[in-house]
Design a protein around this ligand. Sequence first.
Ligand SMILES: Cc1cc2nc3c(=O)[nH]c(=O)nc-3n(C[C@H](O)[C@H](O)[C@H](O)COP(=O)(O)OP(=O)(O)OC[C@H]3O[C@@H](n4cnc5c(N)ncnc54)[C@H](O)[C@@H]3O)c2cc1C
Length: 303
Amino acid sequence: MKRTEPFDFYQPKTLAEASRLLQENGPGGRFLAGGTDLVIALKEKGLLPKYVVDLKRVPGLAGIRENSDGSITLGALTTMRDIEISPLITKKYPFLSQSAAEVGSIQIRNRATIGGNMANATPSADTAPALIALNATAKIASATGERSVNLEEFFKGPGQTVLSAEEILTEITIPKTDSRLVGEYIKFSPREMMDLAYVGVAVAYNLGEKDKKCDGVRIVLGAVAPTPIRAKRAEAALEGQVLTEALAEKIGAIAAEEAKPISDVRSTAEYRRAMVGAMTKRALLNAAVGPAKTWVERRERRY
Ligand SMILES: Cc1cc2nc3c(=O)[nH]c(=O)nc-3n(C[C@H](O)[C@H](O)[C@H](O)COP(=O)(O)OP(=O)(O)OC[C@H]3O[C@@H](n4cnc5c(N)ncnc54)[C@H](O)[C@@H]3O)c2cc1C
C-alpha cells in the first residue's frame, strides 16, 4: 500500500459543523466513516483528497432503533457487524442481517458502516438490494436542512448517488412491514468469502398463511446494472400467485431478462445473466422455507 499524500483532517462534533466544513473548504473534501472503502481509495486507487471530515465524533449517527410506528431506523454509522448480530434485525429481517454478514471479513464488518456501503455506491454493495427490497428510505442532512430519498432513487451510477458534496447520509429507515413478510438475500461470488458479489439477489414478499399466495413482491438485483435495480416484470409475475418451483423458474428467467450486466474481470455478462435467473429462483423458494439457521446451511442452499 502506498503512503498517502498529506491532507487536512477534521473531527467535527455536530452534523451542521461537518456539513459546513465541506461548504467552507470547497471541493476536494471527503467524509470518513469506517474507512474500509475510503482508505483503499487513498492508498491504492490514487484518490488525493484536500481534506477528510471524520463523522465518528458526531453523536447519534450509530445504532438501531424500533420506532413507535413499527418502522426501524439504522443510523448511518451502524456497522455491518451490528446489523449482522442485532436481535431485532435477525428476528424481523433475517435476510438483511444475512446481507450484512456477506460483507468482507469480520474485521471489515466491525468497521464498515451501512451508510458507507450506500454512499460509496458500488453496484455490488451487498446491503443495498435487501434494503431496497424493504422499501427503505435514506435521510440526508446538510448545514441547511434535511431531506429524505427512497433508497431506490438514491443510486445514480457506479460511485454516484443523489448526495451533494456537503450532504451527509444520517440514517436509513425501513417502514413497518407486513407480519407475513419473508425474504432472502443470495450473494454469488465463486470465492465465497472476501470477494465482491458477481451477482446479488434480494427478494421480499408477503406469504399468505392459508392460501400461500404472494403479494407485495420485491425482487432487487445487485452487481448486474450500474445501480441496484428492481426486476419489476418479475415481481409482477409473482403478485397474487402461489409460488411453485415452475413459477420460480419462470420468474428467474424474467429477472435475467431485466438485468443489464456487463462483462468484466469477474465474469462475462452472459454468465451473470444466467446466474440472476438461477439465484432469483432459489431466493424465492428459500424465502418461503424461512431463513437458514447456520452459515453452512446458508452456503449450501444457494443453488
Ligand atoms: C477487504 C474488503 C472487503 C470488502 N468486501 C465487501 C463485500 O463483500 N461487500 C460489500 O458490499 N462491500 C465490501 N467492501 C467495501 C466496504 O467495506 C463497504 O462498502 C463499507 O460498507 C463501506 O463503509 P465505510 O464505513 O467503511 O465507508 P468509508 O470508507 O468511510 O466511506 C466510503 C465512502 O462513502 C462516503 N461516506 C461514508 N459515510 C457517509 C455518510 N454517512 N454520508 C455521506 N458520505 C459518506 C465517504 O466519503 C466515502 O466516499 C469491502 C472492503 C474491503 C476493504
